[in-house]
Ligand binder design. Structure first.
Ligand code: TMP
Length: 199
């Protein structure tokens, strides 16, 4: 089978990082070469973004710069990680990709504008959207010990969930939604059935 570029998407707390690790293990069990990567990436622009996310979006950089930073990180991530791995014959699993920008940056910056900024980037062969209600995502985020105000956080998650809905309608890439309300093993089985439909 030819190599594939698969992106995992969903709200914070929807379980994407766990599922990426389980999907990687499934590729390895089948002897199919695979790498796991993520956005924001672990490269310099991604590190800058993560640094600002950790500081709760302090006013060190103006808010207007973020859609550009995510797009710059994506260009760098594609050129230096994703495309070379595909060229080497490795499958690439990315924890978030451009759909995250469409969902997270659209409210502040406009979906059309964010989509324009990302128009040169290739569509993944498959985008897996983990569907979980914002309130359930919030329970998981809070269980990790995140000291966030519940109402404010729920409000944000609802906004991003609406952003994902609009983005999924606007994008013509193959996107498959998976019900993420289950055990990690159940969700991993649903994802495996999608990735290897012939077993
Ligand atoms: P995560 O590594 O826990 O998923 O955190 C990354 C955060 O960055 C997450 O809240 C989603 C956000 N994000 C955007 O706002 N835009 C983007 O384009 C990407 C890739 C992530």
């Amino acid at each position: 089978m030819s190599t594939r570029f698969i992106a995992m998407e969903g709200l914070d707390g929807s379980g994407g990082t766990t599922q990426i690790a389980m999907l990687k293990a499934a590729f390895e069990a089948r002897g199919e070469p695979v790498i796991v990567t993520r956005e924001p990436s672990d490269r310099p622009v991604g590190a800058l973004i993560r640094d600002h996310l950790r500081r709760s979006w302090q006013d060190v950089l103006g808010d207007g710069v973020f859609p550009y930073l995510f797009a710059a990180d994506r260009r760098d991530h594609l050129d230096c990680v994703v495309l070379p791995a595909l060229a080497r014959g490795e499958n690439v699993l990315s924890d978030r990709y451009a759909l995250s920008s469409f969902a997270y940056q659209a409210e502040a910056h406009g979906l059309d504008r964010v989509m324009r900024l990302n128009q040169d980037f290739p569509a993944p062969d498959l985008t897996i959207m983990l569907d979980l209600a914002p309130a359930m995502c919030l329970d998981r985020i809070l269980a990790r010990g995140s000291p966030r105000d519940r109402f404010e956080a729920l409000d944000q998650l609802n906004t991003i969930a609406a952003g994902y809905e609009a983005a999924i309608r606007a994008v013509s890439w193959p996107i498959v939604r998976i019900d993420a309300n289950g055990t990690p093993a159940q969700i991993a089985a649903a994802i495996a059935a999608l990735v290897w439909p012939n077993g």
